[in-house]
Design a protein around this ligand. Structure first.
Ligand code: CS2
Length: 498
């Protein structure tokens, strides 16, 4: 047996010739970008685009320093450090073709919980121009009822009182911006890379909400000086599994402990507002626009909502992956109808995009059999996803008298899922959600009060008070609790429509 080549800087030249790798001098890079939340998505998206840019020419100011704030980031920190921050990106096409490239744009990694001062100093360093974030939809600390920064959260309270030992991202950003201001440096740009409508505006609002509680004058400076461009981010990136690691070992002789797998499609549309300069990402396919609103709305309401529709119905039915769902004509047709009848009528026109083509492309992307995006990934943290991906579509349809039945069945199936933690055969479903217990308790009470789940204000706001929706939802609950074979109900809804 051949000896495996451990992935690290020294071994780059020994990698098999068919593996693309950085040819730029990584030793020369300085870190213009600090990224908080280095998971699969950052590594298949921003770090990928930046690697392309570094490869294409002279952009040595734009190396990335990864940051983990929590202990759960330690594994990533340890593995990346061992590999000199290199990792392999495995791009899998639907036809089975695979492109493999070692990415070199991450050049350092700091753990905030070990050494907060190091993270603050790095963000405050004159070389840092952008602090980007992938902290998940639920990570922005907004109070679900008011939409303001939730200052009652224990970590937020801690951060207000301990400016130099923060726990949350806004504590770090504020401490670093304070330092920059004291040193006469320009504010960095805060670039959100999460799936939230107006992600930059939300980041700004939350950061200012936090900073005001600590230092009103500093908050004013941040408000004046820092930029928070909104952006639409897109690349389907499933969770890395052991077979991906094994594949690199057996096919390419490379020992990479945490590669990333993703689809070929990749999109990043950003509003061109940066306070301290930015990489020339436009040279490697990133689009800069004055207003990203229609693009982000389209993506959240079609791609992400489509994932949730298939993810929840598919999980209850007993499917494991998204491609399995769209491979089933019934699920595919259901999604298409949800798109056409409920999601699309409340979208705005998007310049240069034909929505029918966009939807067809999504079905093709979901169907990529080599991605095998697990429904468990799609369904995790649904309580912070659905309020962004699906519930706004319901609300807007209620306001215009449009159809809400396809979405209501999904919510009813999610109630069943949260109640039973099992699919229709009784096979356990793993639930990972910050509101897991609350969802479970409310769903359990469905027998006594069929609207109990819909009454969770943190997720649904006042949707239970809407008479039409409450009626439709109750009807769907009755169906799902009669039989959890959701395909029966999907079929019935489509039949009624014909
Ligand atoms: C998914 C997204 O989290 C989810 O539910 O819909 O992670 C999706 O795969 C990405 O946004 C694709 O760009």
């Amino acid at each position: 047996m051949k000896t495996l080549i451990a992935l690290n800087q020294q071994n780059l030249s020994r990698l098999p010739s068919d593996i693309a790798r950085p040819t730029y001098d990584r030793g020369r890079l300085t870190t213009g970008i600090v990224h908080v939340g280095v998971g699969g998505f950052h590594r298949s998206h921003e770090a990928y685009y930046t690697d392309l840019l570094l490869e294409s020419g002279d952009a040595p100011r734009w190396g990335i320093c990864g940051v983990g704030l929590r202990d759960s980031d330690r594994r990533m920190a340890t593995i990346l450090k061992q590999q000199d921050y290199l990792y392999t990106l495995i791009v899998k096409r639907p036809d089975g073709a695979v492109e493999t490239r070692v990415i070199g744009s991450i050049v350092d990694f700091l753990m905030g919980c070990d050494d907060p001062a190091a993270v603050i100093d790095r963000m405050a360093h004159p070389e840092t121009k952008i602090v980007s974030l992938t902290i998940t939809e639920g990570g922005y600390g907004a109070d679900a009822a008011t939409g303001e920064f939730d200052a009652t959260h224990p970590d937020a309270r801690h951060d207000i009182d301990h400016p130099l030992q923060p726990r949350q991202v806004f504590g770090y950003l504020t401490a670093a911006l304070r330092k920059r201001r004291e040193q006469g440096l320009p504010a960095f740009t805060v670039q959100s890379c999460d799936n939230i409508q107006h992600n930059g505006d939300l980041t700004r609002k939350m950061l200012l909400g936090f900073a005001r509680l600590q230092d009103a004058e500093l908050a004013e400076w941040i408000e004046r000086e820092a930029c928070f461009p909104n952006a639409m981010v897109d690349r389907i990136t499933p969770v890395t599994v052991q077979s991906d690691i094994d594949y690199l070992r057996s096919e390419h002789n490379i020992d990479d402990q945490w590669p990333v797998v993703c689809e070929p499609f990749c999109q990043w549309i950003i509003e061109d507002r940066f306070s301290a300069g930015r990489p020339d990402w436009q040279n490697v396919g990133v689009h800069f626009v004055p207003d990203v609103t229609p693009y982000e709305k389209m993506k959240l309401r079609l791609l992400n909502a489509g994932h949730s529709v298939l993810g929840i119905l598919g999980s209850v039915f007993g499917y494991q992956t998204i491609d399995e769902c769209v491979g089933d004509d019934l699920f595919r047709e259901y999604l298409q109808r949800f798109y056409d009848l409920e999601a699309t009528p409340v979208l705005d026109a998007v310049e240069g995009v034909d929505l029918d083509d966009y939807k067809a492309t999504l079905l093709g992307r979901f169907g990529n059999p080599n991605i095998r995006d697990n429904l468990a990934r799609i369904c995790l943290e649904s309580s912070s996803k659905l309020p962004v991906f699906l519930i706004p579509t319901i609300r807007e349809n209620l306001a215009r008298g449009g159809s809400v039945r396809y979405a209501a069945l999904v919510i009813a199936a999610w109630c069943y899922y949260s109640d039973k933690h099992a699919d229709r055969h009784g096979q356990p479903l793993v639930v990972t959600d910050a509101l897991k217990d609350c969802l479970h308790d409310a769903a359990k009470a469905t027998r006594e009060d069929r609207l109990s789940f819909l009454r969770i204000k943190l997720v649904f706001g006042d949707l239970a008070n809407d008479e039409r929706f409450a009626k439709t939802y109750t009807d769907m609950i009755d169906r799902v609790y009669r039989t959890a074979d959701v395909t029966e109900h999907m079929q019935a809804l489509m039949r009624d429509e014909d």
